[in-house]
Design a protein around this ligand. Structure first.
Ligand code: ZN
Length: 471
C-alpha cells in the first residue's frame, strides 16, 4: 500500500481552513495536521512527498451532472467514460454522477446494466449513476427499491422533450412517491415542454430556424412553472427534490419561496448560466449552435441572481451538465433547423477554474463556499458523504492541489485546459486565475502537473440513501 504526504498546503474543507499536511495511506486519508513528518514516523517515510506550499489542498470535485457516451437526437455525446473522466480529472474533479437511461417500456435495471457496460474499466476517476426514468407503471415501481440497493439512490425525470424523455404528471407523482418511500431523491429537469413545443411550432411556421430561436422559444417563465410544479408534486409525495441546471432568476424565485416554507428542495446551476448569456446564439457562421443546450442561455441580468443564490445556499451546487457534441458533424445537423441541433455543450474540465476565478477571485464567494458548491454539497445531497466531499481521516483520498495564482486562457488550443474529445470549448478565450495542478483519486496520483500519471482504475460508487452516510 503506497503512502503520500502532502506538505505545507492550505487545506480547505467545508468546515476547516488551515495550513498543514495530509498523510494518505493506500486509498484513504490517514491523518491531518501540522508537521506530520515530525510526529508520525510513517509520514516521514512516505513513498511520495508533494510540496503544496502556497497551494490550496481541496477535496476532489464532485460533478453531479454529466452525460458521457449518451445517445441524443440520432447521435452520441462525444466524450465516453475514458476521455470524459480523464478531462474531468485534469480539471480537479474526482467523482462524476452520470445518468443511466431507461428505454421506454423497458426495465430500469436493464438501463443500469447498459451504463455499467459503458463505464466499466474505462473510467480514471470514480463515478456513480442517477437513473433517468422514462416511464414508471405500477408494476415496475418495485424496481426503484432494487436500484437503491444497487447504489442508485436518485432518479431524474423530465418535464421537457415531449415524445422522448418527457413524462406526464401522473408518472411524476408515482415515481416521486415511491422514491420518497424508499428514502431516495428526485432530480428534476423542470421546464414545461408541452407549452415550449407549441411555441417552437409557431416559430418554425414563421421560418425562424436559426440557433437564437432555441432560446427565444424557451421562456424563463416555462422553467419557473416547471420548478413550481415539481416542488408542489414533491411536497405532496414527500420526497426530497433536486432541481438540475437551474438557469434563471424566475426559476430561482420558486426554489427560494419553497425553501422559505420548509420544503426539502435544493438546486444546482452550471458555469454556463453563471458566465455566458443569450447573445452567444447570435454569433456568425452558425457558431451559436455551440451553445444550444437546455435550458438555454439566458439574458445576462439573470447571472447576478444565480450568484446570489449560490452565496445564500438557495443554489447548493455547481454541476457542468457536460454533454459535448462536436461542431463539425454533430451540431451541424441543425444547420437549417435549430430543433435538430443536439442539445448540450462540453464543460466537465473547466468547472474548478471557472468558478474559482469568477467566484473566489471575483469576490462573490469564499474559498470554503467554493469547496461546498463544487464538492461537499453534492456529496451530502447524493449519498457520497463522508467518503467523498471532504478531507478527513477515513475519507477517500480524493484530493486536488490547486494553484490559486496560476493564470490560464481556456481554449481548445491550450493543451493545459482542454482534454475533452470535442472540437470546441464552450468557454473559449476566457481568462482564469486558479488552476488544478495535482489530482489524487483514492490515493492514486492521476494528474501530475499537466500530465496524465495514471489511466483507468476509477470505480463505480454505490451511494447511500438521502440523509444516510456512506461508509
Ligand atoms: Zn443534463
Amino acid at each position: 500500500m503506497g503512502s503520500v504526504l502532502i506538505q505545507g498546503g492550505r487545506i480547505v474543507t467545508a468546515d476547516s481552513d488551515f495550513v498543514g499536511d495530509v498523510f494518505i495511506v493506500g486509498e484513504s486519508v490517514a491523518a491531518l495536521g501540522k508537521d506530520l513528518a515530525k510526529s508520525l514516523p510513517a509520514a516521514a517515510a512516505a513513498d511520495r512527498v508533494i510540496d503544496a506550499r502556497n497551494k490550496l489542498v481541496l477535496p476532489g470535485g464532485i460533478d453531479p451532472h454529466t452525460h458521457l457516451d449518451m445517445p441524443f437526437g440520432g447521435t452520441t455525446s462525444a466524450d465516453d467514460f475514458e476521455s470524459g473522466t480523464i478531462a474531468a480529472a485534469f480539471g480537479g474533479t474526482t467523482t462524476l454522477i452520470d445518468f443511466a437511461i431507461q428505454s421506454k417500456g423497458e426495465s430500469t435495471l436493464k438501463g443500469l446494466e447498459t451504463w455499467h457496460k459503458k463505464a466499466f474499466s474505462k473510467a480514471t476517476i470514480d463515478y456513480a449513476f442517477h437513473m433517468i426514468v422514462t416511464d414508471m407503471p405500477d408494476e415496475r415501481l418495485s424496481e426503484m427499491e432494487r436500484l437503491a440497493t444497487e447504489g442508485v439512490t436518485s432518479y431524474k425525470l423530465f418535464m421537457a422533450y415531449p415524445g422522448v424523455l418527457y413524462v406526464d404528471d401522473a408518472t411524476l407523482y408515482r415515481a416521486f412517491r415511491q422514491a420518497g418511500e424508499n428514502g431516495t431523491r428526485i432530480c428534476m429537469h423542470a421546464e414545461n415542454g408541452i407549452v415550449i413545443d407549441e411555441i417552437i411550432k409557431g416559430a418554425i411556421k414563421d421560418g425562424k430556424t436559426a440557433p437564437i430561436y432555441h432560446a427565444l422559444t424557451r421562456p424563463t417563465r416555462m422553467e419557473a412553472e416547471g420548478v413550481h410544479r415539481a416542488i408542489a408534486i414533491a411536497e405532496c409525495a414527500q420526497v426530497p427534490l433536486y432541481i438540475v441546471h437551474l438557469s434563471s432568476h424566475d426559476a430561482l424565485e420558486e426554489v427560494k419561496r419553497a425553501r422559505g416554507r420548509g420544503v426539502d428542495v435544493c438546486a444546482e446551476t452550471c458555469p454556463q448560466y453563471l458566465l455566458l448569456d443569450q447573445s452567444y446564439y447570435e454569433l456568425p457562421d452558425f457558431e451559436g449552435a455551440k451553445y444550444v443546450m437546455t435550458p438555454a442561455l439566458r439574458e445576462k441580468w439573470n447571472q447576478d441572481s444565480l450568484w446570489r443564490g449560490l452565496k445564500f445556499n438557495d443554489l447548493s451546487s455547481v454541476a457542468t451538465d457536460h454533454c459535448p457534441f462536436c461542431f463539425k458533424g454533430q451540431k451541424e445537423l441543425g444547420k437549417d433547423d435549430f430543433r435538430k441541433i443536439p442539445n448540450g455543450a462540453p464543460g466537465v474540465e473547466n468547472r474548478f477554474s471557472l468558478i474559482y476565478s469568477a467566484g473566489v477571485v471575483g469576490k462573490k464567494i469564499s474559498v470554503q463556499r467554493f469547496v461546498e458548491i463544487t464538492s461537499t454539497n453534492a456529496a451530502r445531497t447524493f449519498g457520497l458523504w463522508p467518503k467523498k466531499g471532504t478531507i478527513a481521516p477515513g475519507s477517500d483520498a480524493d484530493i486536488v492541489v490547486f494553484d490559486p495564482e496560476r493564470k490560464e486562457r481556456i481554449s481548445i488550443h491550450n493543451k493545459a485546459t482542454h482534454h475533452m474529445r470535442v472540437d470546441y470549448n464552450t468557454f473559449e478565450g476566457v481568462e482564469v486565475t486558479g488552476f488544478t495542478e495535482i489530482v489524487l483519486s483514492r490515493g492514486r496520483v492521476v494528474v501530475d502537473k499537466g500530465n496524465l500519471a495514471l489511466q483507468g482504475g476509477g470505480h463505480f460508487v454505490k451511494r447511500a440513501r438521502a440523509g444516510e452516510l456512506l461508509r
